[in-house]
Each structure stands twice: as structure tokens, then as C-alpha cells.
Design a binder for this molecule. Sequence first.
Ligand code: NAP
Length: 248
Amino acid sequence: MNRTMLVTGGSRGIGAATAILAAEKGYAVCMSYRQNRAAADRMIEQITAAGGEAIAVQADVSLESDVLRLFEAIDRTFGTLSALVNNAGIAAPARRVEAIDPERIQSIFATNVIGSFLCAREAIRRMSIDRGGAGGAIVNVSSVAATLGSPNEYVDYAASKGAIDTMTIGLAKEVAAAGIRVNAVRPGFIDTEIHAAMGEPNRLARILPTIPMQRGGTALEVAQTILWLLSEEASYCTGAIVDVAGGR
Ligand code: NAP
């Protein structure tokens, strides 16, 4: 059977590493992105040059109409969906809770939580054996922030990832009998552009003393864990949340 994967936010960072590794392992990959078309185009070039199959679709996961359009593109191009990586996510500049406004919280939760729910819903509608699908697997990209709480940095972001952990546990139980496994990874500090986007490109230097392994992680290290959770090697894993955080 042809294996197909949607990686939301697959144009950069952890999502891009996941898309590249998935294509190497034989998945046809759909990457979604929010605005950076050039980065998505570079990804398609890289994957197709290596003999893989990939498409990129602009779609803001926080908007239901965009998510529906994204899955229609997958239906048209691939016909099936066997794996979803709910990776698209945003953070915000470090700020104490007493200084945050509702727009910031709404935007973080809209992308990180509502986006993950909407994409999971559309994936389940296609994968569920109850609905004529062939089963499948979902990996949600949480964060070790969910366990740390991220005081003085972004408690709102950490709380959005706590919601992802709870979603993973509940959804795994809800769709297990429909042939769908749902797991999560909780990355620690990973070297991507998200830190510069939050206004702190040198964040690693500040938090290094809190990382037992004394280094940041790479997007590839997270991608390898995601691909393992999606694979048959993890066939009895569901509802699992795997820390990829250097011991934090
Ligand atoms: P990144 O380098 O900033 O890349 C983010 C990706 O998500 C981009 O492809 C971006 O698209 C896309 N995206 C953002 N908002 C979106 C939206 N509303 N709809 C669709 N796509 C959207 O981020 P990253 O560091 O790889 O992070 C990926 C995931 O890992 C996030 O969920 C993040 O919370 C989580 N995480 C990261 C770290 C870390 O240290 N890096 C640690 C723990 C967890 P554009 O290119 O169009 O902007």
C-alpha cells in the first residue's frame, strides 16, 4: 500500500526534517505552510531531487476553511492518508502572564490547539476503518514546556502544549478501535528558527545549564522519533508521549 503523510508546518524546522525523512522512507508527503512559499518550494525541490514525492499547500491550520481545502488537496493528489504529523505551532516572545493580552493567547491556542484538533478530525474521517478507511497513525508535536510550565517565558505556550498532551491521551483511546494510533513527541530545545521568531536567537546559551545532556537537539533527532512512532515498529504504542529533550 502507498504510504502518504501530511506534515503541518512542514516547510521549515522540525516539520521539514520530518518531511525529508518520511520521503526517504517512501512516504508521499504533503507539507502545509502558513506563508513562506519560498521555503516550501525549496523543500519540494530537495525531496523530488532525491526521488521522493511531495506537494506543498498553503493553509493556516487555525482556520477551518483552510484545513478543509488542505485535506481536499490530499484527497485529489494522493487519494488516501496514512499518517498525520500535527507539527505546525507558534510561540511568542518571553513575557510574564501579568503582561500578556488575550490576542496573544488566542493566537497561540488557535494554531497549536485548535489547528491540531481540526487536522486530527479530518485525518480520522479518512483513516477510520469504521468509515471505510485503512487505519493510520497520528503524531502530535507537543513540547517539554508542557511539563516545565515555562515560568517567566511563556506559560500560555506551555499550557497550549499541555492541551496537546491531554488530547493525545484522550484521542488515542477514542480511535484505537478504528485502527488509528495517536502518540506525541515532547521536544526540548531544538535548533530551529522558532527561537529567533520569538525574539531570542541566542536562547540556547541562556537555558543550556538546565539541559542535562548539555546541548540542544536537532530537528532530525525529533523527526527520527516521529517516524518511529508512525512506523510498524511502534505498532502497540498509542497514547504515548515521548520526551526528546536531552533529559530536561
Ligand atoms: P519553525 O521552525 O518556526 O517552523 C514552523 C512551521 O510551522 C513553519 O513551516 C510554519 O510555516 C508553520 N506554521 C506556523 N504557524 C502555522 C499555521 N497557523 N498554519 C500552518 N502552518 C503554520 O518551528 P519549529 O521549531 O520547527 O517547531 C515545530 C513544532 O515543534 C511546533 O509545534 C513547536 O511548538 C514545537 N516545538 C519546537 C521546539 C523547538 O525548540 N524548536 C521545542 C518544543 C516544541 P511558515 O514557514 O509559512 O511560517
